[in-house]
Design a binder for this molecule. Structure first.
Ligand code: SAM
Length: 192
């Protein structure tokens, strides 16, 4: 039973980014994932938090909007429908495959923008994997960077040519070489 049993888009490169975030966090810190979908990546982060033994607050943010077609397409349809909806599929996957994570995570069913106003600090890490459009990634970076504690890390998924909006927003915010690229992820340490 592990995060790898949950369907989604997250692989070892992202797991390495999460491992570093947990290693660098200190007790009392908040770690945020924006864009949870079916729970795969959040389960990975949660497993790292639990393995660390540190008292960290783990928050997953997603509107989990139910649409006629399951998020991600037909291959997710049966699973989503069996759980009874998008949000329930996430909760169900976490509970089935990573029960300890399910007990230790707080899920915020809202947009990233709304979450920036309610997530408690100090926030040491935010991972942006929500709406991949240029406008929203740009807005996510601008909003979450203000919420990060000094020395915090802002990172995200799907940096590459398949998601030009992500790449453009990251380059605009941090410059051509401003973000470290880890596989399909980008990462920036924020000094305040
Ligand atoms: C690519 S998926 C996330 C995948 C997940 N992190 C994984 O690796 O399995 C993108 C998610 O972002 C969510 N999303 C869309 N707009 C959002 C917003 N404004 N704020 C937060 N999440 C959003 C979608 O509902 C979807 O679940």
């Amino acid at each position: 039973m592990s995060w790898k049993d949950i369907p989604g888009w997250f692989e070892e490169d992202g797991a390495a980014v999460y491992a570093d975030a947990v290693r660098d966090a200190v007790p009392g810190d908040t770690l945020v994932e924006v864009g949870v979908a079916y729970g795969r990546s959040l389960a990975c982060l949660g497993e790292a938090v639990i393995a660390s033994g540190k008292r960290l607050r783990l928050i997953g943010v997603d509107p989990w909007e139910d649409t006629p077609e399951a998020f991600g397409g037909p291959e997710f349809q049966t699973m989503r429908d069996e759980f009874g909806g998008f949000y329930d599929a996430c909760v169900g996957n976490l509970t089935l495959h990573t029960p300890e994570v399910a007990r230790n995570v707080r899920l915020l069913k809202m947009s990233s923008k709304s979450a920036t106003m309610v997530v408690p600090g100090p926030i040491s890490f935010v991972f942006i994997d929500g709406d991949h459009s240029y406008e929203v990634v740009k807005a996510d970076i601008a909003a979450w960077i203000l919420r990060l504690a000094p020395g915090g890390v802002l990172a995200g998924h799907d940096y590459g040519d398949a998601h030009p909006g992500v790449k453009r927003a990251v380059i605009e915010a941090f410059g051509e070489d401003g973000a470290e690229i880890v596989g399909s992820c980008w990462r920036v340490g924020v000094i305040k």
